[in-house]
Design a protein around this ligand. Sequence first.
Ligand code: GLV
Ligand code: MN
Ligand code: MN
Length: 417
Amino acid sequence: MSVAAYIRPDRLQADLDALTAITDPGRPHTRRSFSPHFLEGRAWLADRFRQAGLTTRIDDAGNLIGRRPGTMPDLGTLMSGSHSDTVPDGGRFDGILGVLAALEAARAFADAGLALRHDLDIVDFLAEEPSDFGLSCIGSRGMAGALSAEHRTLRAPWDEGLADAITRMGGAPDRLDTPRRTDIRAFFELHIEQGIVLEQAGIQIGVVDAIAGVTRLDITFTGRADHAGTTPMDLRQDAAVPAAAIVTFVHDQASTLARSGAGHVTATCGVLALSPGASNVVPRAARLVVDIRVSNRPVAEALVASIRSACIEAAAASRTTLARFTIQSDTHPTPCDPALAALVEDAAHAQGFSTRHMVSGAGHDAAFVARLAPTAMLFVPCRDGRSHDPDEWCAPEDATRGTMVLAEALAMRDRID
Ligand code: GLV
Ligand code: MN
Ligand code: MN
C-alpha cells in the first residue's frame, strides 16, 4: 500500500485547528514572528514533533526542525516544511498547511512501518512573512547563508536588533555568513495557492515551475507641516501629494506590463503612512513601501527604474523632497527543479489527481532553500483565491490531497540515491 493511504485527514485537521487557535486574541489568525503567540505556537509544534517521534531542535537561523532518521544517512536529507508565522490578521492556512502536512507525512511513514533511507527533516522556517524588522524569509535566508551582517543589524519598532531576536528564538546569528546545510538532497513545500487559478480551472494540484522574485522599495517624501485651514493651496509642500501620484503610477505601470505579456507582474503599495497624521495638518512626510513581484527579472529592473524617475518627477512637481528611495529587499525569480516537479506531478497522477503547471506570485521559503538543493513546490486550491485575510480557507479534502501527494513524492524521491 502506498504511504499516501496512511495520511489521516482527521489528524491533519485537528492539528490545523489547534495551531489556528493560537492567535492574538480578537485578531484571528495572527501569530507575528518573534511575538509571544508565535512562540506559543512553536512550543505546541515542537511538542507535536516530539509526539511523532521526531528529534527536535532549533538551528542556527532560528528554524524549528524535527528529524526522522533514515537507514542510510550518508545519502543525505530530504526536507519539507513551510512557516507558522502569519501576516497581521492573516490567513489560517498560509504556511501552517506546509508544516503540518510534512508532519503528517512523517507520521504516515511511521504508521506504514516504512523506513526511509534518507534522513527526513520537517521544518518550520522562522519569519517567512515580512517581519517587523522589514525583512521576510529570515530563517530560510539564514539557512542558505543569505542573511547578511547588514540584515542582522535591522531593528524592530520595539528596539530589538535582528541578531538578538534570532538568539532569543534559539538561533546563533553569528554563524549565518555561510550556508548552514550541504546535506539537503531535495526540498518540498506544500502551500495553498493564494490565488484563484486552480479553483477556477477545477484542478486539484498546482505544480510550481518558478517562484516570482520580490523587490520591495522603501520610499519617503518630505514636505512641510502647515495649518490645513490657513495655508493657501499654492504655498503648500504636501508630502501626501507625490505619494498619491506614486500609488497610482505603480498600479498603472504594473497593470500595463501584466497585460503586455511580460509574464507574472504585480506591484502593490501596501504601506502608506503620513506624518504627523492629523486631519488639520498638511502632511510633513509620507512613507510608502512598494512590493513588486515578477517572473522575469529584467521587468523588475525596468519597473524599479521607472518608479525612481516617477518619484523624482513627483517630488519636483509638488515642491517636496524625495528623502529616501531604498531597495529594502530584492530576490530574483527562482526556477524550481524540473526533475523534482515532474516527480510531484507523477505522485499526483498516481493518486488520480489532476495537475497544472504554474508560477507562484507569492514568495516562499522554497526560493531560498533552492540555493541549497533541488526544490519543488505544490499548491492546493483555496476558496475564492483569498489569502492574507481572515477569510482564507482551504477545504479539508484539498488539504488531504496535497498531503497525500507530498508524502508520495517524498517516498518516490527516497528511492533515488
Ligand atoms: C508571502 O506571503 C508573500 O508575501 O508572498
Ligand atoms: Mn503569506
Ligand atoms: Mn506562506
